[in-house]
Design a protein around this ligand. Sequence first.
Ligand SMILES: Nc1ncnc2c1ncn2[C@@H]1O[C@H](COP(=O)(O)OP(=O)(O)O)[C@@H](O)[C@H]1O
Ligand SMILES: [Mg+2]
Length: 316
Amino acid sequence: MPEAILRVRNLTKRYGTIAAVDDASFDLGKGEVLAIVGESGCGKTTLLRAIDRLTDFQGLIELEGRDISRMEGRALRRMRRSMQMIFQSPSSALDPRMKAGDIIAEPLRIHGRIERTMLKEEVGKAADAVGIDRKDLDLTPDRFSLGQKQRIAIARAIISKPSVILADEPVSSLDAPLRRGVLDLIGNLRKEMGISFIIVSHDLEMVRSISDRVIVMNLGRIVEEAKTDELYSNPLHPFTKALLDAASLPDPIDEIGRIRPSLPGEPVRPEPSFSGCPFQPRCRESMAKCISIRPGLDEAAAGHLVSCLLHQRKER
Ligand SMILES: Nc1ncnc2c1ncn2[C@@H]1O[C@H](COP(=O)(O)OP(=O)(O)O)[C@@H](O)[C@H]1O
Ligand SMILES: [Mg+2]
């Protein structure tokens, strides 16, 4: 992996007794596209929101070598210039009363003084980069298609020349043809601007086409992490295998993001007192010891981490 631009260590976010994100540690490499996959409710959005400091959490986050975990005020606003977020639904992310050009300009306005003609030129360049016509920049969001709206959101995300973009299901609200266009755009931004991406998705086919590395989450925990080719050709965790099996079916994901039907049941969280593997109740390869021993995230092969007793080097 290239040098890390973002480091996340032991990140935990609790809502009451539920750990929405449970002790997540990983790196994002410079210029890398890292995908985070998992069923609805496994903590993907919470993880991204914590990284972007939109919610409090326990743990450590470093961006370009600086601890941003407790950053506040001006320092936090300046940090956000280097780390931008794109949300799932462009319609709700764009202020309906604002002109597209003003929406795109927002991060530059928030982050300091900038001359008007220069601002206009920067907005124009961001619009060019995402394929929005400069002459449409005076229109409000309702005048654009869904795909164009997501392009406007991306233009806003890149205008401050960030080093990292966090994208939460960036294409799941778009139809197939629009999807391809937005994914190609992300690929180009990574190549031309050197931006590193974390892309959250439950669409494994999309993830395969766009990412360098994949993290698989289940019930708030990272259960597997590997280079994309390695993960798809040699999945190790029974949950990952079930996800991939389901993805080869015609309609693998139901309307609320659960995979079906090769994985029995819903993602039920075991009682806090349960000391075994949290995936054990749904696991097709469960062994007796899985009820009492919780596996750690261990390296099964170089760069391939898995949290499963089937692949544990030594029991703890
Ligand atoms: N604001 C909140 N208050 C309470 N529980 C929440 C809140 N946001 C998320 N959760 C819970 O945290 C878990 C993870 O949710 P989320 O991060 O949205 O998952 P995903 O994005 O993978 O679908 C779920 O059990 C969800 O119900
Ligand atoms: Mg989500």
